[in-house]
Design a protein around this ligand. Structure first.
Ligand SMILES: Nc1ncnc2c1ncn2[C@@H]1O[C@H](COP(=O)(O)OP(=O)(O)OP(=O)(O)O)[C@@H](O)[C@H]1O
Ligand SMILES: [Mg+2]
Ligand SMILES: [Zn+2]
Length: 244
């Protein structure tokens, strides 16, 4: 952000004997909120109006639900919109779990929610699960810098933020250590009625095999599951579209 020409970043303007907030204050607060969300800059442009339904087939049917991929995407999109409007209106709103294959728009839609709520001034934390685990592991390094966050601080941020997005809770190797970290975050949020949005490639019925019973059971309790299904990776389709 550029230095404010009105207040020179003091945040206040003097009018007569009064100090009044400068118009840049609100913008500065929003900027801080976006920065603290850890949302990568490329994902700031993911907004509901840019979500296209053309990638979701009207012909192919999800055998589990008996509805087309297109209908499934519509339902998922509506649930995401409803989450945003409910979030500010009532406490203890249900979280969402987006499942689906690689390149089906799960992260895109989770970021639409993040961006919409950040714009409303809500604190959101966007965490890519493997990165979170790497960050926690790095706190065990005896040579880490004095200013680096501790494991407790990292976990607390994920436990307590009003909205947590756990992106890519994928089919990784879930050791007991990893399972315990995820459990401690989700259990805290469940006990404090704090919602979480999760994106994963793992099928609902396979979740327990990866995460264990305790964590999976909590995810079922906290999140309503939705599917984004595509017959082809949207990344590949977009790449082909560019080549034309
Ligand atoms: N509905 C959509 N409309 C427009 N672009 C989309 C849509 N869904 C996804 N994209 C674009 O397609 C690419 C892949 O989407 P995304 O990262 O959300 O997939 P994903 O389901 O999270 O995949 P992965 O399982 O690999 O994490 C991104 O570049 C994204 O911007
Ligand atoms: Mg993703
Ligand atoms: Zn100013």
């Amino acid at each position: 952000m550029e230095i404010c020409k009105l207040c020179h970043d003091r945040g206040v303007l003097v009018q007569g004997n009064l100090a009044v907030p400068c118009s840049c204050s609100a913008q500065r607060a929003l900027f801080k909120l976006f920065k603290e969300s850890c949302l990568p800059s490329a994902l700031r442009s993911c907004t509901f109006d840019k979500f296209s339904f053309k990638y979701y087939s009207r012909q192919v049917t999800d055998p589990a639900k008996g509805i087309s991929y297109h209908e499934s995407a519509r339902l998922t999109f509506s649930a995401a919109l409803a989450f945003v409007s409910d979030f500010s209106r009532k406490a203890g709103v249900d979280g969402l779990l987006f499942t689906g294959p690689v390149g089906s728009g799960k992260t895109f839609l989770a970021c639409c929610i993040a961006n919409a709520l950040l714009e409303k001034g809500v604190s959101v934390l966007f965490i890519v699960v493997p990165d979170l685990l790497d960050r926690i592991r790095s706190t065990y390094d005896p040579h880490r810098g004095p200013g680096d966050l501790t494991e407790q601080e990292i976990l607390d941020a994920a436990r307590k933020v009003p909205l947590l997005i756990l992106d890519d809770l994928g089919a990784h190797n879930y050791t007991d250590w990893v399972r315990n970290k995820l459990y401690s975050i989700l259990n805290y949020r469940l006990n404090h009625s704090l919602p979480v949005i999760i994106t994963t490639n793992i099928n609902l019925e396979d979740l327990e095999e990866y995460l264990g019973e305790r964590t999976t059971s909590r995810i079922y309790q906290m999140c309503r599951p939705y599917r984004l299904l595509v017959d082809m990776d949207i990344r590949v389709l977009q790449r082909q579209g560019k080549g034309k």
